[in-house]
Design a protein around this ligand. Structure first.
Ligand SMILES: C[S@@+](CC[C@H](N)C(=O)[O-])C[C@H]1O[C@@H](n2cnc3c(N)ncnc32)[C@H](O)[C@@H]1O
Ligand code: SF4
Length: 355
């Protein structure tokens, strides 16, 4: 079982971001952390203890986990620790602005062994354009600090496909990232989301497939292999086991306002609003996921990543199309699993097969 914990606070709202986070509810931080503990205890009781399971990975995401003081996480870890698998991967996201040396060190002492920094770019003008509140230097310092403290995994998020991005400007960002002690790089193509400052400003996004291919090649040539459409790792052990778990369609607990859980063929959605969540952290909406939907998800996720799709999932008619795609050099088969050669075509290929 994977565990996701959501922290819905940010110091400021970036112009592209539609994640569930608030910049005006800081007075609720302590109550929110208490509410998290209630849901966490409940979910662990119902889905871990009763089913005799273990937690394989933990991911504290947001919003911005580094907006919460490290001591507020102590009890969360006390609750989780007895149920963790040995050597579990425990990641926290962090913003370069709020992830001080002390915060990183305290989180590391609590058991966090992987940190994912929202860097987006090292270029001052681009950071400003994206509405980021930190400088390039603070991102560099945060990554160096995390390395000095001894985090096993350090990820850097970079966004591309923003107005004025070119291969040359992106190379500068990646070169800077690779000059730092990172083990993982996430390169996200900008998506324009409803409800953000960038919505209705379509000129902000460059839709250039060629740029994506060039970026993938550039990162691969730097020695970081692509194991998902947006994710690159220094070596096999540096891949994010938590995210890989999603692509393998593993079950996950979703704890916190606006989190999503998936257990026993059901998705569950705790309240999105912070106040509602604090009032009742155990209320959630539930949705049955049909076997057909599970199959579609497994295929979509499998083709977006190196996980691939088990051959037995396809019926006879679909398998004919798979064989054609293997013939056409788009897919390949290994050990009874089907793999996609070009992650950018994953949706198209999945829809063609399932049509
Ligand atoms: C929850 S945030 C990371 C942690 C922290 N909140 C921060 O931004 O520093 C997760 C990542 O999603 C990516 N992201 C968010 N919205 C996006 C969008 N509209 N298009 C592309 N990437 C996006 C960013 O790279 C961001 O770092
Ligand atoms: S990108 Fe990160 S810091 Fe910016 S609004 Fe989204 S969650 Fe908050």
């Amino acid at each position: 079982m994977l565990l996701y914990i959501h922290i819905p606070f940010c110091d400021s709202k970036c112009f592209y971001c539609a994640f569930n986070s608030y910049t005006d509810r800081f007075h609720l931080k302590h109550e929110y952390m208490n509410a998290l503990k209630i849901q966490l205890r409940n979910d662990i009781e119902n889905y871990i203890i009763k089913d005799n399971k273990k937690i394989e990975t933990v991911f504290i995401g947001g919003g911005t986990p580094s907006t919460i003081k490290a001591f507020e996480y102590e009890e969360i870890f006390e609750i989780i620790k007895p149920h963790l698998e040995k050597d579990a991967e425990i990641t926290t996201e962090a913003n370069p602005n709020s992830a001080s040396y002390e915060w990183l060190e305290s989180m590391n002492k609590l058991g966090v062994n992987r940190v994912s920094f929202g860097v987006q770019s090292f270029d001052t003008a681009k950071l400003k354009f994206l509405g980021r509140a930190h400088s390039s230097n603070s991102a560099i310092t945060a990554i160096q600090n995390a390395n000095e403290i001894g985090f096993k995994g350090i990820n850097c998020d970079i966004i591309y496909g923003v107005q004025n991005d070119t291969l040359e400007s992106m190379k500068k960002d990646f070169d800077m990232a690779f000059s730092l002690p990172i083990t993982h790089l996430s390169a996200y193509s900008l998506t324009i989301e409803e409800g953000t400052k960038f919505f209705d400003r379509s000129s902000v996004k460059i839709d250039d497939e060629e740029l994506s291919y060039e970026i993938f090649d550039y990162i691969n040539n730097k020695g970081f292999h692509q194991y998902e459409i947006s994710n690159f790792a220094k070596n096999k052990v540096s891949e994010s086991k938590h995210n890989y778990g999603y692509w393998q369609h593993k079950e996950y607990l979703g704890v916190g306002a606006g989190a999503v859980g998936y257990v026993k063929n059901q998705r569950y959605y705790p309240s999105k609003g912070i106040e509602e969540y604090i009032k009742n952290p155990l209320i959630n909406e539930r949705e049955d996921i049909s076997l057909d939907d599970i199959k579609t998800e497994k295929i979509l996720l499998g083709f977006r990543s190196l996980n691939g799709v088990e051959k037995s999932l396809f019926d006879e008619k679909e398998m004919k199309k798979v064989d054609d795609l293997i013939e056409g050099d788009k897919l390949y088969m290994e050990n009874e699993r089907i793999f996609n050669k070009n992650f950018l075509l994953s949706d198209e290929i999945a829809l063609y097969i399932l049509d």
